[in-house]
Design a protein around this ligand. Structure first.
Ligand SMILES: Cc1ncc(COP(=O)(O)O)c(C=O)c1O
Length: 438
């Protein structure tokens, strides 16, 4: 038997809780041997039963795999599971978070097009927008997230193709008002694309607030153990592409003479069909099946880890706020934080596990702090079970000049902490050692 039994498919699981779906959603039990855990299908291609079978798979009439560049059974389970947890209609995993972002953007915008983005974003994304995306002729224009609706609307042009944001922008944690941005995007006739890496679908599901496309770096909390680089793209399946054919003609026009358009072929999933069948097939940012195997194992414990991540982060943020060596703590779970009320609305289960601090004493204090840590790792990365610390100004934000850094809230004493799930007592003891060295 070629196609195995699909245990739980996307869109048919609403009666099951998140904790159940993170283990079961999208699973396919292999029909040959009944392997209960999704195997690593480490294969480039798949046997066609006949010429007609190969033809049908290439044409997309038969959903069976044709080639692993954009379709592999291990990866497919991961894509379906993330889509299910996000409340989306379809999902796919790719080689990194950066690959997910650029693939989503290049499936919406081409040379001459324009994307609006909120100002505070992960610095790697800003560099991508100002680098490779700009070089391909797509302009990304930043608007302060809290700018008025009129100001947002005034920046929309006939070439605008999306609004892009992050649920909890890394590293300053200024929680975004997703419902308002979705409203602004839809009034402009464009989809809202949200990077939900830092919140994860356990803490916030942007699609429930109106987002149309969700991207992830699965390298972070979804995998959770610091052993994987990967990304994911989820389509809510709600945006009416046909109603905006002037902006997205590649979805409504025949790709070649006599062929059906993506909207005719895939309806509400037209964009997803284009993403998978054109962008990902052309660019090839594939993720190894072995990485998706690790990702699936990570997702199975996501809720448990997130509960501990946010509990630890909250306690550590409260502790840091009392310390004289710390000038400022950015954590929306703190009542003193300007995003606290918004966090209660969008992140009722916890405000994530990035705690960003400004040390009194600038770079010198930061160097002493990092140098004294024994348990907490001085490294770039977030969303690991281990607690990590990073001096932003000399690493991720090193390419910016001082005034640009200040505008983004990155000072010489700024340290980004990604709080892990170790004993909170041990993490605090190590942070105390670091602060003591200042
Ligand atoms: C919010 C966010 N999005 C995307 C990325 C990029 O992900 P990756 O490193 O998997 O390419 C990162 C990486 O730190 C991130 O923090």
């Amino acid at each position: 038997m070629r196609r195995a039994h699909l245990l739980i498919t996307v869109g048919r699981v609403s009666e099951l809780d998140f904790e159940t779906r993170q283990i079961h959603a999208g699973t396919v039990v292999d029909a040959e041997v009944g392997a209960r855990v999704t195997p690593v299908y480490q294969t480039a291609g798949y046997l066609f039963d006949s010429l007609e079978d190969g033809e049908a798979r290439f044409a997309g009439r038969d959903p069976a795999q044709a080639y692993s560049r954009n379709d592999n059974p291990t990866n497919a389970v991961a894509g379906r599971r993330i889509a299910d947890l996000e409340g989306g209609a379809a999902g796919i995993v790719v080689g990194s978070g950066q690959a997910a972002i650029v693939s989503a953007i290049f499936s919406l915008a081409a040379a001459g097009d324009h994307v609006l983005a909120t100002e505070r974003l992960y610095e790697g994304t800003r560099q991508l927008f100002e680098g490779a995306v700009a070089r391909q002729g797509v302009t990304v224009e930043y608007v302060p997230e809290d700018a008025s609706e009129e100001r947002w609307a005034s920046r929309v042009t006939g070439r605008t193709r999306a609004i892009y944001t992050e649920t909890i922008p890394n590293p300053r944690n200024d929680v975004v008002d997703l419902g308002r941005l979705a409203h602004i995007a839809h009034a402009a006739g464009v989809p809202l694309v949200v990077d939900n890496t830092v919140a994860t679908p356990y803490l916030c599901r942007p699609i429930e607030w109106g987002a149309d496309i969700v991207v992830h770096s699965t390298s972070k909390w979804l995998s959770g153990h610091g052993s994987v680089i990967g990304g994911a793209i989820v389509d809510a399946g709600r945006f009416d592409w046909a109603a905006h054919r002037d902006r997205f003609p590649f979805l409504t026009e025949a790709p070649r003479h006599g062929a059906p358009s993506f909207v005719e072929r895939a309806g509400a999933l037209a964009w997803f069909a284009y993403l998978r069948g054109v962008t990902l097939l052309d660019l090839g940012p594939s993720v190894p099946a072995a990485s998706s195997f690790l990702l699936l194992h990570g997702i199975e414990t996501l809720s448990l880890r997130m509960e501990r991540h946010v509990e630890n982060a909250q306690r550590i943020a409260e502790w840091l706020e009392q310390r004289a060596e710390v000038e400022r703590v950015d954590y929306p779970g703190l009542p003193s934080n300007r995003y606290h009320e918004r966090a209660k609305r969008y992140l009722p289960r916890g405000a994530g596990s990035i705690v960003t601090i400004d040390l009194v004493g600038g770079r010198e204090a930061a160097a002493r702090f990092l140098g004294a840590l024994r348990l907490v790792s001085n490294m770039t990365h977030i969303g690991d079970v281990r607690t990590l610390a990073l001096h932003s100004a000399s690493t991720i934000h090193a390419r910016l000049d001082e005034s640009e850094r200040q505008r983004l809230g990155i000072l010489q004493g700024t340290i980004r902490l990604s709080i892990g799930i170790e004993s909170v007592r041990d993490i605090i003891a190590d942070l105390q050692r670091g602060l003591g060295a200042i």
